[in-house]
Structures are given as structure tokens and as C-alpha cells.
Design a protein around this ligand. Structure first.
Ligand code: E4P
Length: 218
């Protein structure tokens, strides 16, 4: 299972990269706004800085919603670095654009996916990744993990190459459930990735080992 970090914050991306478990980065307009980057040139420079830190794919989202605009923006984003994956919303013109990009061998991430039907369309259009939003479904009392299970099973039935990128991950159990089901990627905030480290028995066990070691190393 690949781990992507879901942020545009360079310090957090560096920290996850230094941990040695980072396979890529996802961003979205809200995450870009959060780091306060303004203006096309600065935004493009920021994507380049992210690409320079990580070894894997970096999703950069278009903000156009019409076919021509998505194509223009996506082609510009793809020029920034070969790691860039053009993130396209699950809308009619988005699906058309994903097919266009697939034919040009430009990688895509179909975002804002909330149903298996949407995921099937994204795969048929040739998306590199599909991003079902687990946490946002949970937020409205639907089961986001059920959606991941359904998409993984549909893709397996037909051998689709589109990778299931579980997004909107809120806690470590989401990651573990996605791993059990066989999601290809989980994109998570840094705090959720590092929360996998924690276990009280690890802490108390280490404390005891260090206390005992102190008796023979003095
Ligand atoms: C990433 O690709 C998504 O945009 C992101 O995971 C959404 O997360 P949120 O629901 O916590 O905003």
C-alpha cells in the first residue's frame, strides 16, 4: 500500500519524506489556500518545490470546470514536472478530459468521487487514480469504507488499471480498513500517518527496557 501525504505544507512533506514511508503527495485548492500561496507563478513554483522533495506522484488540481479549460490547465500543470498528476473533478467535462489526458499519457487523479458508478466512469475514461472521499461520506452518515470495498471489487472484476486512492482519511482505522480491503493508496494528513506509530505498550515497554538498561550500563 502506498502512503501519500494530503497537504501542500512543505515542512510536513519534508517530515513525512524523512520518515522514509512517503510515496507521493496530494493537494487540492483548499490545501493550497491554507498555505497562503497566491498567483499562478507562485502556485506553479510551489508544486515544483513539492516535486523536488518527494520521489513519487504529486497531484495538482485544476480549477477549470469546462473541457477546454481543464485541458489547458492540465497540460500546463503536467509541464511543471514529470511527477505531476493532473487532478480533475468527477464532472462530465472532467471525464472527457481524463480520456483526453489518458490518450496523451498524462497522469490523472479523478477527485470528488462519492459513488461506485463515478469510479467506474473514471476507470473507463483511463484515470491513473480515482479518489473516493472516505471521511466526507462518514460525515453524512454513509460508510466511506464500504465505497472503497465496492470500487476495489469492481476494478478487480474487470482488471482496470486505475489505482484506488482512498482520500479524506481522518484516522488510523481508516488506513487499516483500506489496507485490509486492498486500496492501492491512502492519502492522509501527517498526523494520521504518525498516529500509526502509537501504542501504549510500546511506550511502557521501552520505558522499562531503558530503566533496566540503566542498572547495567552505569
Ligand atoms: C485529496 O485528494 C482530497 O482532496 C482530500 O483528501 C480531501 O480531504 P478532506 O475531506 O479532509 O478535505
Amino acid at each position: 500500500m502506498k502512503f501519500f501525504i494530503d497537504t501542500a505544507n512543505l515542512d510536513e512533506i519534508r517530515e513525512a519524506h524523512e520518515l522514509g514511508v512517503l510515496d507521493g503527495v496530494t493537494t487540492n485548492p483548499s490545501l493550497m489556500a491554507k498555505v497562503g500561496i497566491k498567483g499562478k507563478n507562485n502556485i506553479f513554483k510551489h508544486y515544483k518545490s513539492i516535486c523536488d522533495i518527494v520521489d513519487g506522484d504529486v497531484s495538482a488540481e485544476v480549477i477549470s470546470t469546462d473541457f477546454k479549460g481543464i485541458i489547458r490547465e492540465g497540460e500546463e500543470l503536467a509541464e511543471i514536472d514529470e511527477k505531476i498528476v493532473v487532478k480533475v473533478p468527477m464532472i462530465r467535462d472532467g471525464v472527457k478530459a481524463i480520456k483526453y489526458f489518458a490518450d496523451k499519457e498524462i497522469k490523472t487523479n479523478c477527485t470528488l468521487v462519492f459513488s461506485a458508478g463515478q469510479a467506474l466512469l473514471a476507470a473507463k475514461a483511463g484515470a491513473t487514480y480515482v479518489s473516493p472521499f472516505v471521511g466526507r461520506l462518514d460525515d453524512i452518515s454513509m460508510d466511506g469504507i464500504d465505497l472503497i470495498e465496492s470500487i476495489v471489487s469492481i476494478y478487480e472484476n474487470y482488471g482496470f488499471l486505475t489505482q484506488v486512492l482512498a482520500a479524506s482519511i481522518r484516522h488510523p482505522v481508516h488506513i487499516l480498513k483500506c489496507a485490509e480491503i486492498g486500496a492501492d493508496v491512502a492519502t492522509c494528513p501527517l498526523s494520521v500517518i504518525t498516529s500509526l506509530l502509537n501504542h501504549p505498550l510500546t511506550d511502557s515497554g521501552l520505558k522499562k527496557f531503558l530503566a533496566d538498561a540503566a542498572t547495567f550500563t552505569e
